[in-house]
Design a protein around this ligand. Structure first.
Ligand code: FCA
Length: 327
């Protein structure tokens, strides 16, 4: 072997070694708005699986408000991270998050909730993975329409609790998807009652739904929709709180994580009839893996990926979860 050939080979070996050393140095942050919510714990779990597989470090951070988001990003910068994925507590923080990420030289991707600019338009330059909110909402609405038929309910005697959180566009799309299918099926628009929740958790939904139920003693049966399982569970708890039997309630959530599963595992059926299961595996594993490929190989992630969902009921949720690879 000639002198120069050996030199080239040595150079190539060195490059490989540098590449490997870099992989171990990659640090990626995964910031979520509600760390106590099972959906986000699942996202973290699957993001950690990507970290293990690819050999990078994943830093999990919960940030419930704008201030925590700002300090989380600064912390990541100080720790020498190269990028982060965020589900923000407030999509209007968009321009601020972009600026903070740039100031700390961090690559940025969003998950679940898409950042918006000052006029409410999505920040299309930031790679995002979300759910196909309208379609999934429509699946919720269809599941409820089908079950009302099975139970032989007169739609004029049914009230819909629409647990809403209008500052979050994906929440608006989800519930609007559901109510549009209801209305197309002949559900009276006047029987759809708005229950705005102050926060996206079960307690806030329970409070909002209780107000609606108390205001409408004339309603015989109740259905409930919302942006996630927690919202619908809050509405179901509200019906229980005023003594409405489960057979008079059809709630269908979105998510399919532990909150829904615990409900399905209860010995007696509750008003929580089903959920459209979405994939924390795709949202956690894929965003983390895509961020890694971006940092390590300069491979830019797709700007927008929307994932789908699948209806599951008490009777088949285990099979559906297995199907989606989220066991
Ligand atoms: C939003 C909701 C979460 C989850 C996620 C996909 O962030 O708040 O519960 O549904 O979208």
């Amino acid at each position: 072997m000639g002198h120069w050939k050996r030199a080239i080979l040595a150079g190539a070996a060195m490059l490989l070694a540098v590449g490997a050393a870099e992989a171990a140095d990659v640090k990626i942050g995964f910031i979520v708005k509600q760390p106590e919510e099972p959906w986000f714990q699942d996202e973290w779990k699957f993001a950690q699986a990507a970290a293990k597989e690819k050999g990078f470090t994943l830093i999990e951070i919960g940030a419930e408000d704008g201030e925590k988001v700002q300090s989380a990003i600064d912390n990541l910068g100080a720790q020498g991270a190269q990028g982060f994925i965020i589900c923000t507590p407030d999509v209007k923080l968009g321009p601020g998050i972009v600026a903070k990420a740039a100031a700390n030289d961090l690559k940025l991707m969003t998950v679940d909730d898409r950042l918006v600019d000052n006029s409410g338009q999505p920040l299309e330059d930031v790679p995002h993975m979300g759910i196909s909110a309208t379609k999934i909402g429509e699946a919720v609405g269809q599941a409820i329409v089908d079950e009302m038929k099975v139970r032989g309910w007169e739609m004029s005697e049914v009230g819909a609790i629409k647990v809403s959180y209008d500052q979050l566009p994906t929440a608006v799309d989800r519930v609007t998807g559901a109510t549009s299918v209801l209305e197309k099926a002949g559900f009276p628009a006047a029987n759809i009652f708005n229950a705005p929740q102050a926060k996206t958790d079960t307690e806030a939904a329970l409070n909002a739904a209780t107000t609606v139920i108390n205001a409408h003693p004339e309603i015989k049966h109740w259905i409930a929709v919302g942006l996630n399982d927690e919202a619908v569970l809050g509405a179901v708890r509200a019906t229980e709180g005023v003594g409405i039997p489960a057979s008079n309630v059809i709630g269908v959530g979105i998510g399919g994580a532990e909150s829904a599963i615990n409900e399905f595992k209860k010995p007696a059926e509750t008003g929580f009839f089903g959920t459209v299961i979405i994939s924390p595996k795709r949202h956690g594993y894929e965003t983390a893996a895509n961020m890694y490929d971006w940092i390590a190989d300069g491979k830019e992630p797709e700007k927008l990926i929307l994932t789908s969902g699948q209806l599951a009921k008490r009777s088949d949720y285990e099979a559906v979860r297995k199907d989606l690879g989220i066991n």
